[in-house]
Ligand binder design. Sequence first.
Ligand SMILES: Cc1cc2nc3c(=O)[nH]c(=O)nc-3n(C[C@H](O)[C@H](O)[C@H](O)COP(=O)(O)OP(=O)(O)OC[C@H]3O[C@@H](n4cnc5c(N)ncnc54)[C@H](O)[C@@H]3O)c2cc1C
Length: 396
Amino acid sequence: MPTKSIDILIIGGGVVGLSLAHALAQRRAGKIVVLERGLPGSGSTGRSAAALLPTQPFPVVAQLYKESLATFSNFGALVGGDCGFVPLPAAILAAEHDLPALQEMVTVYQTSGLDLSLISPDEFAAREPTAVLDGVAAVAYTPDAGYVDPTQVAWSYGGAAQNLGVDIVAGLPDSQVVDILHNGHQVTGVQTAGDTHYKAKVIILATGAWTPYWLRKLGMSAPLSALRHGLGVLKTPDGAVRPHHLIMDRAANFYARPDANTLTLVGGLDQRSYLPIDDLDAEPPTPTTSELATPRYGLNARFPALKGAALTRSWSGWIDTTPDGCPLLGVLPLDGLYLAAGLGGFGLSLAPAIGQALAGMILDDSTAIEQLVQLRYARFDDGMALRASFSFKDML
Ligand SMILES: Cc1cc2nc3c(=O)[nH]c(=O)nc-3n(C[C@H](O)[C@H](O)[C@H](O)COP(=O)(O)OP(=O)(O)OC[C@H]3O[C@@H](n4cnc5c(N)ncnc54)[C@H](O)[C@@H]3O)c2cc1C
């Protein structure tokens, strides 16, 4: 069995693993290898709607969002390459019963220095005149939002990391980890399907929806669920006006964003839009018509001009989510083993800052350790899951 000795091994070449690899290399953390069994970004990352907007109402998440947005806004200078960032204001629409949750979210993001404010449905109608705002009691509005090209983000992070000396091994038997090795207290390395033994004392699981499998295999609890989520791409009918905001509609249970040309991406926010996975290792199936019914119905009711819009494409991907809806970041109960998972439906929005903060934590930076303490793996066992005072009716 060939053996390679390195300092840090990252399992998973999605946006999280690659932004972390880049952040570690920037800090000259030693010899770093990323093992990605497919192509970089071929997991959830490449299937993402990649909308960047405020989501979870917690200061730690708001701070990660703010830092990530700053990186995406200046990606060429801070990382290198392009991320396809398109700045676009976002609007979070809420019904009467969700007003306390919306207000709390506004307060949390404002306190973190983001320009998120509560406006009335009439004020929003002035900005998005084709919207029919039945059932909407208030709107949280921010210019601090946008979207990116998720594959470009992954490849740009990968390229920038390689330029700093990171070795990215992808699409080979030797890039698929089949075992994580340890001596009972400390990780010692991994074994690949190509039978190579990588010796490393620091290993990071950045394996997205595959993470619960690894935690259980290592005998640890897995406060994570892997779910399937699908979205559709609609072509605006000739002469119709499509929404020109990122829309997170908590009253009608859908999100939408404009894409290139006349396209609009749409996905659901209710429980029916997040389904069990039959086979994690198979290609995620195309969503059925009934799976896309809620978001399409919601979008049509809110933007009647899109009623005749043709579905040009649809796909689904895996997401991994935690009981409190926030990421799991940091140490695991095996020395040298770290976790970066549970990014739910907002991993693109947070990945740049997660890479930086986790790199800092791995290198013993006390500020980073403090920043991520609330997102630690052990919080569920410690009874310290994050809790908002109010939660949205359907919150994923
Ligand atoms: C349909 C959809 C829409 C979304 N929309 C948004 C959105 O609008 N905004 C937003 O911010 N987020 C969105 N997300 C969520 C976002 O895409 C994810 O949170 C993010 O991509 C997670 O990145 P990751 O690196 O953790 O996981 P992944 O991209 O899945 O990367 C994990 C990688 O690990 C690799 N791997 C697994 N096991 C092994 C192994 N044994 N050996 C080697 N490699 C392994 C996999 O091949 C995979 O590439 C969406 C997700 C989906 C599916």
